[in-house]
Ligand binder design. Structure first.
Ligand code: A3P
Length: 289
């Protein structure tokens, strides 16, 4: 829809998803019938908020700081692609526990434990929207085969403000999860805090998951999960682009890198129409300016 090309979307249980993920594959039925387990861990975030980073950190917490060259999506499965047509991933429903999974679903759509005795855990990561939209634009423009965007940044930013990119409105996404930040099975993190002090965030994650790890292990994982360390382990983070290339999808990994993309007018619009919607919620972001 619109002047520029952007891959076809389909609404699944109120969530705007890429057509191939969802429509062709019965994702709605899959997610509706998905049974959670007590020891399931969902890593959650709006796209481009640091979910891959969190996948790696949490996988290492569960695997004694091992560095794996195995693709991250096989170790911590992307739930939203569980029914992807040509997946090479194992079946998520029969996967050995504890199941580590990543998803972009908003709170209202996430699989929930069916009773008090089956409460999985959710670790949410939020990132400042200026960086999210720049990262998302670069990803959709250059990489993702399903999104296939061919327009300029301004048009993409307008879609982002209106909530018509995949997985919908950023503000609704973060606010939906923020409301549940004090639930005992939800941990709400921020990309900027991870960037500034990863060890402290690793300690929070371990406490939340009930994992005892040594300070040495905290430091080791923090060092192995810096942007540069992960970028060097490129075999774990590739994806197939629509041109059939296999680039690394870690791009810049910064807090303030959005400034080159924004005109003063767009900054004003974002402050009003995106950040403005957080007013009164207590949720704030370091924009790195
Ligand atoms: P940039 O495009 O700004 O570089 P997600 O995995 O949720 O889609 O988020 C992707 C963003 O997280 C990308 O942002 C990526 O580079 C960044 N990222 C991944 N690993 C990181 C790390 N170790 N440190 C900082 N940023 C990281």
């Amino acid at each position: 829809d619109g002047e520029y090309r952007h891959g076809k979307a389909v609404m699944v249980r109120g969530v705007r998803m890429p057509h191939v993920y969802a429509y062709l594959t019965g994702f709605a039925e899959f997610i509706e019938n998905f049974t959670t387990k007590n020891d399931d861990v969902f890593i959650v975030g709006f796209p481009r908020s640091g979910t891959t980073w969190l996948q790696e950190v949490i996988w290492q917490i569960f695997n004694d700081g091992e560095i794996s060259r195995h693709p991250i999506g096989h170790r911590v499965q992307f739930f939203d692609e569980a029914k992807f047509p040509h997946t090479t991933q194992p079946d998520i429903t029969t996967r050995a526990s504890p199941r580590l999974m990543k998803t972009h679903q908003p709170f209202h759509a996430i699989p929930k434990g069916t009773s008090e005795n089956s409460r999985c855990k959710y670790i949410y990561v939020a990132r400042n929207p200026f960086n999210v939209v720049v990262s998302y634009y670069n990803f959709d423009l250059k990489m993702a085969p399903v999104t296939d965007y061919d327009g300029p940044f301004e048009y993409f930013a307008d879609m982002f403000i209106k909530g018509t990119t995949y997985w919908g409105s950023w503000t609704e996404h973060v606010l939906g999860w923020w409301k549940h930040k004090d639930d005992d099975n939800v941990l709400f993190l921020k990309y900027e805090d991870m960037k500034k002090d990863l060890p402290s965030q690793i300690r929070l994650i371990c406490k939340f998951l009930g994992k005892n790890i040594t300070e040495d292990m905290v430091d080791r994982i923090a060092q192995q999960c810096t942007f540069d360390a992960m970028k060097n382990n490129s075999s774990a983070y590739w994806m197939m682009t629509r041109d059939g290339e296999l680039p690394n999808f870690l791009r810049k990994g910064q807090i303030g890198g959005w400034k080159d993309y924004f005109t003063p007018e767009l900054i004003q619009r974002f402050e009003k129409e995106v950040l403005g919607k957080l007013d009164g919620s207590g949720l704030q972001f370091d924009l790195g300016r």
